[in-house]
Design a protein around this ligand. Structure first.
Ligand code: FES
Ligand SMILES: [Fe+2]
Length: 470
């Protein structure tokens, strides 16, 4: 008998990532019961076993590894630099910094956005300070006054009689590549890199386009330095496996152990974590009414103190979907009758490699961006943007100004942050500090991953390896 005819053993399937949370419905089964059905991008799965070997921890602890990433990974990947709404008018610019790299992202024409390397071609001074934005008709260097036009061509050099060797034609500002998608401006330093579309691949691209994130705007933007390597920090948000121990307060209404995990090509992965259902860890302890109460009672609940009583046999998820639909329709002044229960309720988290998370769901409409700390590989810069739908009437609102929290501040101190969500981020932050320190204290020197629930971590690290290995 050749291999093709050999019976497939159940044990082998389970060992190769085929096992799922026993006794619990899958995410797809939960969603299939919803009143307003989910679109195709929700109702699909894309998981494969990627091995079960340990991953060595030098990638989180070795400054040389961080340096290799700066040289080989960050220079070749598409990164979210800003939103189009940061630079709505011709001449608007926004400085995006990544370690020692810095770019002036500027709108040169209505549909023409450029990313200039932020360094003077005379003696190298930054043309605009890091972290700044504004409007300009030209970029003049503060040191000796050399000037470039908005389109990047060289305009003038002070005392140009002393620079007969400078050919103005050849002194345009060097550019990184720019692509826009869903209102995001992405840049890539590598002229040979695939297009953003090819980088994402057709399936992930179709998902992202379906969300129409260009119709959202930033209502809250909070940043904070976190006490762990940027990859550890990202990985803390890639699975719902930690919910029961780290965020037990949400487990009564979150399908954590039966969340779904997918990946698409090398650069995109996701989870779908259902809300309005109880964690399988708490089966038998939490009633359907308890789940509804989680949303409708308490200080940080979605509905304040309104009490909703379930009918006999009524499921919490359907009731919570109705609550959310009403609440968001009123808040956004929008008709959401066509939006599926799943899009309203569930946590969808997509990673766009290397450093962006997109959460297109309505209840948690966020974007995360992670960057390595420029000088300390044991720290990272984390940002959360809340993206709400642009109101149907009136002018498009301006994006919220960033709120920068100090290292020791709680996320709950950011004005406009939901206290319950701020608490979740604080819990993650506490873990990250312990994890970075523990990894450095460890004799094992490797991490061990679950085959299914931690597939995004493995998928992400595989991509890191691919770039770092060149
Ligand atoms: S360094 Fe910019 S003009 Fe001299
Ligand atoms: Fe968490």
């Amino acid at each position: 008998m050749n291999d093709v005819d050999a019976p497939i053993k159940l044990d082998d399937v389970l060992k190769r990532g085929g096992a799922r949370c026993p006794g619990a419905p899958t995410t797809q089964e939960i969603i299939a019961d919803d009143t307003v059905p989910a679109p195709a991008w929700v109702r699909s799965e894309s998981y494969e076993f990627l091995g079960d070997e340990d991953i060595s921890t030098d990638r989180y602890t070795d400054p040389a590894f961080a340096k290799r990433e700066f040289d080989t990974l960050w220079t070749k990947t598409w990164q979210f630099a800003c939103r189009e709404e940061h630079i709505p008018e011709v001449g608007d610019y926004h400085v995006y910094d990544l370690g020692r790299y810095s770019f002036i992202i500027t709108r040169v024409g209505e549909d023409d956005i450029r990313a200039y390397y932020n360094a003077c071609l005379h003696r190298g001074t930054k043309l605009r300070a890091s972290g700044t934005e504004g409007s300009a008709c030209e970029f003049k260097c503060s040191f000796h006054g050399w000037t470039w036009n908005l389109d990047g061509t060289h305009k003038s050099s002070t005392c140009d009689w002393d620079f007969p060797h400078v050919d103005s034609e050849k002194f345009s500002l060097p550019q990184a590549r720019v692509a826009t998608l869903g209102g995001f401006v992405f840049i890539n330093m590598d002229p040979e890199a695939p297009s953003l579309e090819d980088y994402l691949g057709p399936e992930a691209l179709s998902h992202i386009k379906a969300w129409k994130l260009e119709n959202r705007y930033i209502t809250l933007h909070v940043s904070k330095r976190l006490p762990a390597n940027w990859k550890l920090t990202m990985e803390a948000f890639m699975e719902a496996y930690h919910v029961i121990d780290t965020h037990p307060q949400v487990a009564p209404s979150n399908g954590d152990a039966n969340s779904q995990y997918d990946f698409y090509g090398d650069h995109v992965d996701r989870f779908i974590s259902t809300l309005g259902v109880v964690s399988p860890h708490l089966y038998g302890e939490i009633s359907e009414q308890d789940i509804v109460d989680q949303f409708t009672l308490g200080d940080s609940s979605a509905m304040g103190d309104t009490k909703i009583k379930l009918e006999d046999g009524e499921k919490a998820r359907g009731a919570v979907a109705k609550i959310f639909r009403n609440m968001f329709e009123q808040a956004a002044n929008a008709d959401l009758s066509h939006v599926s229960d799943s899009e309203l309720l569930d946590c969808f988290s997509y990673t766009v490699f290397p450093n962006t998370f997109l959460f297109p769901g309505i209840s948690l409409p966020m974007v995360y961006r992670f960057r390595p700390d420029p000088t300390d590989h044991r720290k990272s810069l984390y940002e959360v943007f809340f993206l709400r739908p642009v109101p149907r009437e009136g002018e498009r609102p301006e994006p919220a100004e960033p709120i920068h929290l100090g290292d020791d501040q709680s996320f709950t101190e950011a004005e406009g942050m939901d206290p319950g969500f701020g608490q979740i981020l604080d819990q993650d932050t506490d873990n990250l500090r312990l994890q970075q320190e523990g990894i450095e204290a460890s004799a094992k020197k490797s991490i061990t991953l679950g085959n299914y629930q931690e597939i995004r971590v493995r998928h992400f690290e595989n991509a890191v390896d691919k770039y770092v290995a060149g």
